[in-house]
Design a protein around this ligand. Structure first.
Ligand code: ADP
Ligand code: MG
Length: 330
């Protein structure tokens, strides 16, 4: 084995996905906004001379391919997939850069404010059912498009649903996606995983229907603040998903009968009985909750205010702590 097999670098074929030039000179004010297994995501000011978003924010996912030989292949796979996707409910890839000297790839994307999981974390209580419906409808529109192009996302969860300033929810993070209409590998996040993905370890294949199961779990995650079985370890949860009846929304909360019915149509253990994305969009839950991006804009504003208040409280707490330390108090 030599250095090349240890860390497969880009070949000529791969290079067509990358813009040449040093991205350090094209973006400024990088601030970390998210973190994942691959590295970090930054918000940055776009200073590209010919860019439509010049002077505005973009998101940059910096991924390192140092070390493992498969990593670069995985990154190029994610880029190839995202590059051909164009939909208002799929996060848009703008441009990719290669910093060969640092073994880094920069993926420049449209900037979103944060994930649906961040929203749930910041809000002290439950979201309104109509707010959940706005997010879920957008994800379904994104999924319906993805499945029509034979892409399976394979990691639908609130942390991978991003919200834009104008009140749209967008499917993000194509690091686990498959570009075939059926697949058989064990990929995804345990608590959100469809039974047939767990069982496909032994036999069989699965289709885009797995994303609809994960969306059903995501409905519970967004509405009841945690996916089912979150207090159990991942192995026990996987076993239960495969063996037990499908989970439901919290029966003691005030969710409407229609919302319960909608979630149960997504959480069918048999993928053939499960709604497709297009069918799910026809459910009466969406007739009760008409499309209204303004509702998400207001939710985002409320969340921003809460974050600011929490920041201020924390600064005050730190200040008080410092005072105590300096004064030598308790
Ligand atoms: P991972 O594969 O590590 O989960 P993601 O692509 O999901 O990587 O990004 C991790 C986090 O970074 C997201 O949960 C989100 O908070 C943030 N993030 C990713 N892309 C964007 C974006 N385009 N705009 C704003 N935040 C983003
Ligand atoms: Mg993610």
């Amino acid at each position: 084995m030599n250095a090349f097999t240890l860390s497969r670098g880009p070949n000529r074929e791969d290079k067509k996905y990358f813009t040449s030039g040093d991205p350090d000179t094209l973006f400024s004010d990088l601030q970390e906004i998210g973190h994942g297994a691959f590295g970090a995501v930054y918000c940055a000011l776009d200073e590209r001379p010919k860019s439509e978003t010049r002077g505005q924010n973009v998101a940059i996912k910096k991924m390192s391919y140092a070390g493992k030989s498969e990593k670069f292949t995985d990154i190029v796979h994610e880029i190839k997939l995202l590059e051909r996707l164009r939909h208002k409910n799929i996060v848009r890839l703008e441009e990719c850069f290669l910093k060969e000297k640092d073994h880094m790839v920069w993926i420049v994307m449209e900037y979103c404010l944060g994930s649906a999981s961040d929203l749930v974390d910041v809000q002290p209580g439950r979201l309104l059912e109509s707010e959940v419906a706005q997010i879920v409808r957008d994800v379904l529109l994104g999924l319906s498009y993805l499945h029509s192009t034979e892409v399976i996302h394979r990691d639908i969860k609130a942390g991978n649903i991003l919200l834009s300033e104008n009140g749209l929810a967008k499917v993000a993070d194509f690091g686990s996606a498959s570009n075939k209409s059926s697949a058989n590998s064990f990929v995804g996040s345990p608590y959100w995983m469809a039974p047939e993905v767990i069982l496909a370890m032994e036999s069989g294949r699965y289709t885009g229907a797995i994303d609809l199961w994960s969306l059903g779990i995501t409905c519970i995650e967004i509405a009841d603040r945690k996916p089912p079985m979150f207090t159990q370890n991942a192995m026990a949860a996987l076993y239960q998903i495969a063996q037990s009846d499908p989970p439901t929304l919290d029966q003691n909360a005030d969710w409407s009968h229609t919302f319960h019915s909608f979630v149960s149509c997504l959480l069918k253990k048999n993928p053939e009985e499960r709604f497709t994305a297009t069918e799910a969009l026809q459910h009466s839950w969406f007739k009760d909750n008409r499309e209204n991006p303004q509702e998400l804009v207001e939710l985002i504003d409320r969340t921003k205010r809460l974050v600011r208040e929490q920041d201020e409280k924390q600064i005050t707490m730190q200040y008080k702590k410092m005072l105590r330390i300096y004064k030598g108090g308790d």
